[in-house]
Design a protein around this ligand. Structure first.
Ligand SMILES: O=C(O)CCC(=O)C(=O)O
Ligand SMILES: [Fe+2]
Length: 357
């Protein structure tokens, strides 16, 4: 949390989308302005709203509505696509089955992942193999979600071109070996409404404080409940108040890891908050954040959120860039060493510990 932001910036990315297949896009004044705003947002909060993204509001709303219809079905019906290790951790989880830092989260969810070809990534990939489990009811569920996923992949790649220009001038830092064949995760999440006691809502934690572990997340949340909260430097929780038709976008640990040496004492991928950002040839005091956030649905109404996580390639080696290693060979505080992380290994360790099976 780099600053004491009090709200999250709103970025109209339409100028970036117009030019984003042009290798010289960085020279366009409209693109340069979007890049400036993305850079500011990534340094200040790690979170921003995206508008002008080209995905129709109708589709965004329909994706949430069909998810709500599924969660309204009887439990036995939902169990037909139950998530198990044998199903590659794909499918339905009941309330409390997902765990954040040892505490069960008050949500139910369907998890889907990019489908891996058999044997494509050896033993690590094997854990995640298998087709996604789509419900047969509602009928058009699978087709709608597959259409939506394609659009989210495309949009994420384009936003990352803007972030890449902000970091190093080239639009393509997150393509090729790093994220040219990106893994993705989609979580369709339902948070029960808060029960009321003595006229006051009881704030159960829908999703405990965490950072996301990929590159970029696109959150499609209900328009009429404020539940997602983002932590600022002072420790205040700032609400991501819904803006209809927008995505709440946030950067994940992988993006941050690319920029920083890691502490070996941390079991999950996280980095020292105080390190000075030093990327490529550029020296900057800016730090890109993967900011802590949590979800508390204190509304009496059921809340739906569809979170799309755009990741690196499954086998990408994510490690601080060379320039960071040269600058801090033992870590900036002397006690740290550099650690390589293979994204797929990190993911597998997360999915295996995230669920109380
Ligand atoms: O429900 C939300 O608004 C966000 C959920 C979230 O942070 C996550 O699934 O990582
Ligand atoms: Fe998250």
């Amino acid at each position: 949390m780099a600053t004491d932001f009090k709200s999250l910036p709103v970025i109209d990315i339409s100028p970036l989308l117009l030019k984003c297949d042009d290798p010289d896009m960085a020279e366009d004044a409209g693109v340069a302005e979007v890049v400036r705003q993305l850079d500011r947002a990534c340094r200040d909060a790690g979170f921003f709203y995206v508008i002008g993204h080209g995905i129709s509001e109708d589709l965004i709303n329909r994706v949430r509505e069909i998810t709500r219809e599924f969660f309204k079905l009887p439990y036995e019906e939902k169990l037909k696509i139950k998530m198990t290790p044998a199903a590659g951790y794909r499918g339905y989880q009941r309330i409390g089955e997902n765990v954040t830092k040892g505490v069960p989260d008050i949500h139910e969810a369907i998890d889907c992942y990019k489908e891996l070809k058999q044997g494509e990534y050896g033993d690590t990939g094997k854990v995640m193999e298998g087709p996604n489990q789509w419900p047969e009811n509602p009928q058009e569920f699978k087709d709608l979600m597959e259409e939506y996923i394609k659009l989210c992949i495309d949009l994420s790649r384009k936003i990352l071109r803007g972030i890449s220009i902000a970091l190093c001038g080239s639009p393509y830092e997150f393509e090729g070996k790093m994220a040219g064949d990106p893994f993705w995760v989609m979580r369709l999440i339902g948070y029960p409404g808060a029960p009321f006691t003595n006229g006051k809502p009881e704030n159960d934690i829908g999703c405990g404080a965490h950072t996301d572990y990929g590159l970029l997340t696109l959150v499609n949340q209900d328009d009429d409940k404020t539940a997602l909260q983002v932590k600022n430097l002072s420790g205040d929780w700032i609400s991501a108040i819904p803006i209809p038709g927008s995505f709440v976008c946030n950067i994940g640990d992988m993006l941050k890891v690319l920029l920083f040496p890691l502490s070996p004492s941390l079991s999950r991928i996280a980095v020292d908050e105080n390190l000075v950002w030093n990327h490529m040839q550029i020296l900057s005091n800016g730090i890109y954040e993967s900011t802590l956030h949590r979800v508390i649905n204190s509304s009496p109404k059921y809340r739906v959120c569809v979170a799309f996580f755009y990741e690196t390639n499954f086998d990408a080696v994510v490690e601080p860039l060379d320039v960071c290693k040269q600058k801090y060979p033992a870590g900036r505080k002397g006690s740290q060493v550099f650690k390589r992380a293979v994204y797929g290994e990190h993911l597998v360790s997360k999915v295996q510990t995230n669920f109380a099976m």
